[in-house]
Ligand binder design. Structure first.
Ligand SMILES: NC(=O)c1ccc[n+]([C@@H]2O[C@H](COP(=O)([O-])OP(=O)(O)OC[C@H]3O[C@@H](n4cnc5c(N)ncnc54)[C@H](O)[C@@H]3O)[C@@H](O)[C@H]2O)c1
Length: 408
């Protein structure tokens, strides 16, 4: 792979080259912009500079190869002078569920010395309301001469992992500046590679918009999860019930599962709850319901194991089917299936077979082939609705606990 030094101007610097930053930087370069990607992790930088990628995302590798080779994208551990800067670093939560914006602050600090009049500075990281204002104050404090002379905006990302390249281009985006001129300047940047509509607003509304989208999903999933537990008590098949309820022209109940995972829906609602504890009643309750659902599932498995022992005089073999946080991916971040599996392993004496068809090797779990596990186990615990699982024919000699609708 040839490395070309960009002697011409850099249009934009993207700080943070993970699941969101790398595809965005690469796609903007693919659309003709001169981009510098920055990451503090030198391994990430070395990998990308070779035209390779460190994350799993369809279509990304060929784009990265092309833009690295053409010199449109260059990657470094340090930002350089440019006309626009984008912050795309993680925003996890702390022990108390408060957002940790320290990554955004430290990424911003690396850019502050480079800022000059007329530059654009955008935060893309999912952030609590008022983060853009706090970061603006930080910038003004360090560079008072630039007050009101640079453009600052917030523009959240809403792409779906697995379909990121398409959605980067075609999704609508919400863009909120600290003033109308900043909003306009940011729109002028994104319009160069986004075909979706760019919706102008202010920074706080844009911040809240991202949190609202993920909280909305969380609340709706909590409703389905609550229904699943009610139906279990009432002896009603929840899958049939939801299918029938959704025949109503204005009802759309989502599907229940073994909890909610991933680093967005399971995390972002807390950014609202921790800042607005008195007002955010439903959002908080939904977060708790979705977490509770995972313990409810684990407890059901433990009870079934005890019953098996009483009935058969020996411990069962249990197969935990799926570890990922949603179907057909390998991402285990905040995964309820992984949490349930860990609880089963530590709380029962039984042999537990761990299945995850999208992962070959794991540092904690011994991964078993799904067919082999199904054949060998006495109790089958369906945790994630991965596509291959639907092909397994039901063996009525086994007890199946279906938390994700494989047998619906
Ligand atoms: N992944 C998604 O599906 C998704 C979707 C929408 C929004 N978001 C949000 O986008 C943001 C980024 O998420 P992600 O999934 O890309 O994270 P990620 O963990 O995949 O990548 C973040 C990258 O930033 C780098 N980094 C951290 N601090 C840095 C610093 N000071 N300077 C330079 N690089 C630094 C890390 O080394 C890492 O490579 C988060 O706020 C997330 O909530 C993510």
């Amino acid at each position: 792979m040839k490395t070309i030094n960009l002697s011409h101007k850099i249009d934009a610097v993207f700080v943070g080259l993970g699941y969101i930053g790398l595809p965005t930087a690469a796609f903007a370069a693919f659309k003709g912009l001169n981009i510098l990607g920055v990451d503090i992790n030198p391994k990430v930088v070395d990998t990308i500079n070779l035209g390779e990628i460190h994350i799993v995302e369809p279509k990304l590798e060929s784009i990265v190869k092309e833009v690295i080779s053409s010199g449109k994208l260059r990657v470094s551990v340090k930002p350089e002078n440019a006309e626009a800067y984008f912050i795309v670093v993680p925003t996890p939560f702390k022990q108390n569920h408060r957002a940790d914006i320290s990554y955004v602050e430290s990424a911003t600090r690396t850019v502050i010395p480079l800022l000059k009049e007329g530059d654009l500075f955008v935060i893309e990281s999912t952030s609590p309301v008022m983060t853009t204002e706090k970061i603006t104050e930080l910038i003004w404090k360090e560079r008072p001469e630039l007050k009101d002379k640079i453009y600052i905006a917030y523009c959240p990302e809403r792409v779906l992992p697995g379909n990121v390249i398409y959605e980067l281009e075609y999704n609508d985006r919400v863009i909120g500046g600290i003033n109308p001129a900043s909003t306009q300047k940011a729109i002028e940047f994104y319009i160069q590679f986004v075909k979706g509509t760019l919706h102008p607003t202010n920074a706080c509304t844009a911040e809240m918009c991202k949190l609202t989208e993920n909280s909305s999903r969380d609340v709706q999933i909590a409703f389905a999860n609550e229904l699943s537990m009610i139906c279990d008590k009432a002896g009603i098949n929840v899958w049939e019930l939801i299918k029938l309820a959704n025949k109503h022209p204005r009802v759309n109940v989502l599907q229940p599962g073994c909890g909610v995972g991933g680093h967005c829906i399971a995390v972002d609602p807390w950014f609202i709850v921790s800042d607005y504890p008195e007002q955010a009643q439903i959002i908080k309750r939904s977060r708790e319901t979705n977490d509770y659902k995972s313990d409810w599932c684990a407890n059901r498995v433990l009870k079934a194991c005890k019953q098996f022992e009483l009935d058969n005089g020996c411990e069962p073999v249990v197969a935990c089917m799926g570890l990922a946080f949603k179907p057909n991916i390998d991402d285990l971040r905040e995964s309820p299936a992984m949490y349930i599996t860990s609880r089963i392993i530590s709380e029962v004496n039984a042999e537990v077979l761990v299945v995850e068809p999208n992962i070959n090797v794991h540092k904690t779990f011994n991964i078993t082939d799904y067919k082999e596990a199904y054949d060998k186990a006495d109790i089958i615990v369906w945790l994630v609705a991965h596509a291959p699982f639907f092909k397994l024919e039901k063996d009525s000699s086994k007890l199946e606990l279906d938390f994700c609708g494989i047998r619906k």
